[in-house]
Design a protein around this ligand. Structure first.
Ligand code: BG6
Length: 686
């Protein structure tokens, strides 16, 4: 994905655009550029590579222009070279466009436009847009004095822009109706210096409202330094920003009345606050993130002397049935038991999901990508082991084109921190389409787990669990992963409560354990970060790593390997510890460190013996395990101690050393930890 920004107002635009791009650079950093309108000329400056190259080019340049657009790129079509950098212009350089997304029909449009005499200068799909707008505008002009009398060109004249006298706006509207794919664009025109036109289709775009100045951006961090009044555009909407205000229209041309809402963020949240990297800051924010989720979603009245602890909880097997039935004759509890609604109201977990969400739920399928896919694997373990619901996890990009057969009474969960990952959104849209029109029990039942409820996912799915981790700038996900895990604990416990799948003791033990976790994570950060920083020095030359885990910690081994790959570029693989002897063990020798998660519980012994198999091949063994486990001390060369927690809760502590190890190995190599090569915070193209 790319980052786009735009500004129109009373101040010089360049610095505002650059500052906005700095806040969006996590979205892509292959090249950057800005364009402004001054004296009826487009002034465009672009540079290959990170934003600082563009800043150097602009340094010392006095540009008073008060309207402009900017872009930071994650290359999809055309190499990360300056000639492919945005903004792109039309043949006569009167129109400039920045875009985030992919134009799927750009080749046909490009060929048509070439026949009409347009000259192309790049290999990008985006460059098609300024040429297309120029063609539409010419069409409007050829039809004389304006909107009224050139219906011939418009496919369906009825849908002209109502009550608007801007041929530029109409030309953009006509052009976006010809584009296929996902796109968010911002457009300026040297002949219309007081108009900034933006449009959104399947890619995020937010407007910002100031006093006589207006902004647009791919994401809110670029707006926070200037305003809290924001308006996310929806798919199929375009807007005209002028110094006088903002007009929003549908792609059909209908005027839409929209009002901004107030963002509950502050500029500090998008700053490093003294940390060397956003990733380390976000790792240290995790205790607070877990606290915030528990504070928000735990029912703090539950169990406080009201006796509602009994409700929904299976006590000992022999008297559960009698209790529920008996209660129906006892007038104090009667209504409570019979009415599932009261059961939800009395649940220890408050996810505010509707009653029919829980009814007759027989199975769950989860789609996700990257780190969110690892959170989904932990979610599967919890939903099956705590709530007893069969759960499938699929890579969204695979599910999109090879979905599991349609099954009845099935909940589909999409996990995406950004809420903008195209593969996950496309998989969910496909699931909605293929189930709509089927019998009731096959109807789509969806839940989104995201950190951005205002995102495209939030517009696609009515039921959302907001993971409330706050904006995450570091490209490698950390705090949003931990927040996703907490969301799955809460969901599994809520479903277990509704289905009476756990005993009261089990329930309270897990709830108490969850409440201890923020302090335990703080303890790891305080006591282990320096130690892990030292340890990282040992791997300055290491080229391969193996991560092992079993049961609920297998996904954490995968996450540990992914974190290391993402930011240190070291080849690393995560495996179920029991699987290693069936092949991957061939990779082992003294140069391949093996990081093993060994938490006391159902698979502790098995994991230690798997580690012994690696020892027999001279691999250096690093154990993530509680301090006082003698067997573990005898097994591992190096220990990374974590607190003793219940095995079912252990992923929330074992992932922390994984994040810190990857961070310090990458930082020690002097790599750009926050903006690793070839990656983007989430990918809004399939
Ligand atoms: C990748 C990011 O682009 O997308 C990963 O680099 C992330 O960090 C993955 O895990 C999925 O993103 P999301 O927003 O769908 O959770």
């Amino acid at each position: 994905m790319c980052g786009i920004v735009g500004y129109i107002g009373t101040q010089p635009a360049s610095n505002i655009l650059l500052e906005g791009l700095r806040k969006l650079e996590y979205r892509g950093y292959d090249s950057a550029g800005i364009a402004t309108v001054l004296n009826n000329q487009i002034h465009c400056v672009r540079a290959k590579g990170k934003l600082h190259h563009l800043q150097e080019k602009l340094a010392g340049e006095e540009n008073p222009a008060q309207i402009g657009i900017g872009h930071t790129r994650w290359a999809t079509h055309g190499k990360p070279e300056e000639y492919n950098a945005h903004p792109h212009t039309d043949t006569h350089r009167r129109i400039a466009v920045v875009q985030n997304g992919i134009i799927e029909n750009y080749r046909e449009l490009r060929d048509e436009l070439k026949v009409l005499g347009h000259e192309f200068r790049s290999d990008t799909d985006t460059e098609t847009i300024p040429h297309l707008i120029a063609e539409c505008l010419q069409g409007i002009r050829d039809q004389g004095s304006g909107i009224g009398d050139w219906d011939g060109i418009i496919q369906n004249p009825k849908s002209k822009i109502q009550n608007s006298s801007s041929p530029f706006l109409e030309a953009v509207r006509q052009a976006v109706n010809k584009l296929k794919g996902a796109f968010a664009i911002a457009v300026i025109n040297a002949d219309y210096p007081d108009e900034l036109i933006v449009a959104r289709q399947q890619a995020p775009l937010v407007l910002g409202f100031g006093q006589g100045e207006f902004y647009c951006a791919s994401d809110t961090p670029a707006l926070v330094p200037y305003t809290r009044a924001v308006l996310p555009l929806e798919n199929g909407e375009l807007a005209r920003l002028t110094p006088l205000g903002v007009e929003v229209y549908s792609f059909e041309g209908q005027r839409l009345r929209k009002a901004p809402r107030t963002l509950n963020w502050n500029p500090v949240m998008v700053e490093k606050q003294g940390f060397k990297h956003f990733m380390l800051k976000e790792i240290y924010e995790q205790p607070g993130v877990v606290r915030e989720c528990l504070e928000t979603y735990l029912n703090h009245e539950w169990g406080v002397g009201s006796g509602d602890q009994e409700l929904g909880i299976r006590e000992s097997q022999e008297n559960s049935d009698s209790r529920s039935t008996s209660r129906s004759t006892d007038n104090k509890g009667q209504s409570k038991i019979q009415n599932p609604k009261s059961k939800i109201q009395n649940s220890p977990i408050r996810l505010n999901l509707p009653a029919d969400f829980y009814q007759d739920l027989q199975q769950i399928q989860i789609v996700a990508c990257g780190t969110s896919w690892h959170a989904a694997l932990v979610g599967k373990y919890l939903l099956e082991q705590l709530a007893g619901i069969p759960t499938q996890v699929q890579y969204a990009s695979e599910f999109r084109y090879a979905p599991a057969p349609v099954t009845p009474h099935t909940l589909t969960i999409g996990v995406t921190q950004s809420g903008e990952t195209a593969d996950t959104l496309a998989a969910l849209e496909m699931e909605i389409q293929r189930r709509s029109g089927l019998a009731k029990e096959y109807q789509p039942r969806l839940l989104g787990i995201t950190n951005r409820p205002e995102s495209t996912l939030g517009q696609l799915i009515p039921q959302i669990i907001d993971t409330r981790a706050g904006i995450e700038i570091g490209v490698a996900a950390t705090k949003t992963f931990v927040a996703q895990l907490v969301a799955f604990y809460l969901l599994a416990l809520d479903l277990a409560y509704q289905r009476q799948a756990l005993s009261l003791d089990q329930f309270n033990k897990i709830l108490d354990g969850l409440r201890q976790l923020p302090a335990e994570i703080e303890m790891i950060l305080e006591s282990q970060e320096r130690y892990i920083e030292e340890l990282a020095h040992d791997f300055a030359e290491t080229q391969d790593f193996i991560f092992l885990g079993r049961g609920i910690n297998f996904p954490i081994a995968l996450e540990g390997a992914l974190k290391l790959k993402e930011i240190s570029y070291i080849h690393a693989e995560g495996y179920p510890a029991g699987e290693m002897k069936h092949g991957p063990i061939a990779l082992l020798d003294a140069k391949v460190p093996v990081v093993t998660i060994a938490m006391p519980g159902t698979v502790f012994e098995k994991v230690l013996s798997n580690a012994q198999e690696a020892r027999a091949r001279d691999a250096r063994l690093i154990g993530v395990t509680p301090m006082d486990e003698q067997e573990a001390e005898d097994t591992f060369d190096t220990l990374i101690p974590v607190p003793h927690v219940d095995e079912i809760l252990s992923p929330l502590v074992t992932v922390i050393p994984m994040q810190l190890l990857a961070y310090h190995i990458a930082a020690r190599r002097g790599l750009d930890v926050d903006q690793p090569r070839n990656l983007a915070k989430s990918v809004t193209v399939e």
